[in-house]
Design a protein around this ligand. Sequence first.
Ligand SMILES: Nc1ncnc2c1ncn2[C@@H]1O[C@H](COP(=O)(O)OP(=O)(O)OP(=O)(O)O)[C@@H](O)[C@H]1O
Ligand SMILES: [Mg+2]
Length: 290
Amino acid sequence: MTDICRQKLAEAGGKKFGENSVSSLDAEQSIVYHGIGDICLFLRNCLHKNTVERRQGRVRKTMIRLTDVVKEYPNGTHALNGLSMEIQDGEFVFMVGPSGSGKSTVIKLLIGEIEPSAGRVMVNGFSLQNIREWQIPHMRRTVGVIFQDFRLIDHKTVYDNMVFAMRAVGAGPKEIKKRIPYCLNLVGLENKGRRLPSELSGGEQQRVAIARALLNNPDTIIADEPTGNLDPARSLEIMRLLERINALGTTVLVVTHEKDLVNRFDKRVVMLERGRVISDGKGWYGRKLQ
Ligand SMILES: Nc1ncnc2c1ncn2[C@@H]1O[C@H](COP(=O)(O)OP(=O)(O)OP(=O)(O)O)[C@@H](O)[C@H]1O
Ligand SMILES: [Mg+2]
């Protein structure tokens, strides 16, 4: 490999992926690569290294950013009134607040179900104001969503529910065959793939919903009241599962009403009231904002 080629690789890596991801050592190691195909391989390795470092918490990145967001529904209800918050890569955050304070509205904005009336929303590096239509499926693949009412398809088995979710974002058969058993295993439902949702308990159905949210290996999991229909023991089990998923490197945002449950976990708690963040810190009452 020529010196020019080596220099170009170092420049490309340095510019594109930042100092943390491409060290001079990487540039040195790259000398074993030859030609255009190898340049691609080198860049892929840089990306992989960047992902590993990010997941190990060595590179901090903002995954969710809402800036001065206002949401007025068509009937004139002001659900959000200048809400700002950020969530960093690898964080586990509870969002709490009274009924009607705007929690689900935040979630709907983050998954692109509705648009803000004013302000900016950024999710996993995608600015939702400027997003191009072709980027939307890519953005959706980076976010796993868990709903309170599970949203499973009744007449499909657990396995087919998951196939459906993967096909919806364009996954191929090989990926589907590999990923579904892995995710069912993660939530402890490896033997329930052939069951219909109606043949499962509430807690099991919620675990299917979590497995489904994990299918596309999302950077961020967003859950709106994931334990709303469960008894306290099952709720704790589900939160512990989300905590384990977070420990594997996925950023987690959980909306919940359950004060006791939140207080059992030493996590960041963002509290909303009337469409604004009123406190942000550890524990239910967090740190009061001025
Ligand atoms: N589609 C809609 N059209 C009009 N108003 C809406 C709509 N969805 C929500 N709202 C209103 O916006 C405000 C915030 O609602 P949101 O669902 O975000 O609250 P929430 O914090 O999730 O409440 P809960 O804890 O009860 O789920 C409420 O006043 C609600 O009535
Ligand atoms: Mg809600």
